[in-house]
Design a protein around this ligand. Structure first.
Ligand code: 2BA
Length: 109
C-alpha cells in the first residue's frame, strides 16, 4: 500500500475532492499553510494500492493549476529597519506538490 501526500492550493481543493470521490478513493484533507507564502493550502492524505498511484497523480495533475503570486522581498540593506522598500517578486505556485510513501502497516480498528 502507498500513501500519497499532496499539497494543493485552496482554490483547487473542491475539484480535486470531487474527482477523487467520483473515482472511489478514500482520503483525508487537512488545512495547512505554505512555509514561504504563509497562506492557506490543503494537504490530501490518500491511501491507495500501488497500482492506483499513477491514476491518483493524474487526477491531481488534471485539477491543480499553476498560478503566479507576488511576494514582497526585503533587500539586504544597511539602512535602519523600517526605511527599506520591499520589492515584489513573482513565484509560481502549484499545480500540486506530491509525495508518495510506502505504508508499512494499514489497519482500521
Ligand atoms: P509555499 O511554501 O508557500 O511556497 C509557495 C511557492 O514558493 C512554491 O510553490 C515555490 O514556487 C516557491 N518556494 C517556496 N519555497 C521556496 C524555496 N525555498 N526556494 C525557492 N522557491 C520556493 P510550490 O513549489 O508549488 O509549493 C506549493 C506549496 O507546497 C508550498 O507553499 C508548501 O506548502 C508545499 N511544499 C512545496 N515543496 C514542499 C516540500 N519540499 N516539503 C513540504 N511542503 C512543500
Amino acid at each position: 500500500m502507498k500513501l500519497v501526500i499532496a499539497v494543493v492550493q485552496d482554490k483547487d481543493q473542491r475539484k480535486v475532492t470531487d474527482a477523487l470521490l467520483e473515482r472511489g478513493y478514500q482520503f483525508t484533507h487537512i488545512s495547512s499553510t505554505g512555509g514561504l507564502l504563509r497562506e492557506g493550502n490543503v494537504t490530501f492524505l490518500i491511501g491507495v494500492e500501488e497500482h492506483q498511484v499513477n491514476a491518483v497523480v493524474e487526477v491531481l495533475g488534471t485539477h491543480c493549476k499553476t498560478r503566479e503570486q507576488l511576494i514582497n522581498v526585503f533587500p539586504p540593506t544597511i539602512e535602519p529597519i523600517g526605511t527599506c522598500i520591499p520589492t515584489p517578486v513573482k513565484v509560481q505556485v502549484g499545480g500540486a506538490t506530491v509525495f508518495v510513501l510506502d505504508v508499512e502497516r494499514f489497519e482500521k480498528l
